[in-house]
Design a binder for this molecule. Structure first.
Ligand SMILES: *[C@@H]1O[C@H](CO)[C@@H](O)[C@H](O)[C@H]1NC(C)=O
Length: 166
């Protein structure tokens, strides 16, 4: 007789094994790290404002996916939002963890985006663009000390992502 925990473990293995041959995450998602040489409070207000500016379809009239963001909750340490793709109509869940360093003068952010439908494995880099478009559109990519780090193992189709399209 298998214990309940062992059964659950075996079932989990069986469920994930068929997709483990795909390069990159098993499910369409993106995790990245940003550093900024400005305060986390500044980052917090800027990201929240950008999400709020891109809630309606209007901001996608020129193309791209810089619209249909929805703020779920926000405080200076943690922001949660959703993004619906215009192209494919599914929802991605976004979160941002903000942590001060360098005597509060700089901010480190861990950002995560994951597609809600379980079957989505390839996403054309949409989960990456969900995150990157916010710092690009709000001008945060030009602040002192800005760095972004991720790779194809942490972000689905990162190296081929074209955030002008998505
Ligand atoms: C991204 O897509 C746009 C629009 O199709 C295109 O003009 C641009 O050259 C593409 N960028 C890259 C790096 O492929």
């Amino acid at each position: 007789m298998l214990l309940k925990a062992e059964q659950a473990y075996l079932l989990t293995l069986l469920l994930i094994f068929p997709t483990s041959i795909v390069a990159g995450p098993l499910h369409a998602q993106c995790r990245l790290e940003w550093n900024f040489g400005i305060t986390c409070f500044n980052i917090y207000t800027t990201l929240v404002n950008q999400i709020k500016q891109w809630t309606t379809v209007d901001s996608c009239k020129q193309g791209g996916e810089r619209c249909l963001y929805e703020l779920q909750s926000a405080n200076p340490h943690y922001i949660v939002a959703k993004h619906t793709t215009m192209t494919y109509k599914y929802v991605d869940d976004l979160s941002f963890k903000l942590k001060s360093y360098d005597g509060m003068k700089s901010c480190h952010v861990t950002a995560f985006s994951v597609s809600e439908p379980w079957h989505i494995v390839q996403d054309n880099g949409i989960n990456y663009c969900n995150l990157h478009n916010l710092v690009d559109g709000s001008g945060l990519t030009t602040v002192p000390g800005y760095t972004e780090s991720t790779n194809d193992f942490q972000c689905t189709q990162y190296s081929t992502a074209n955030c002008t399209v998505y």
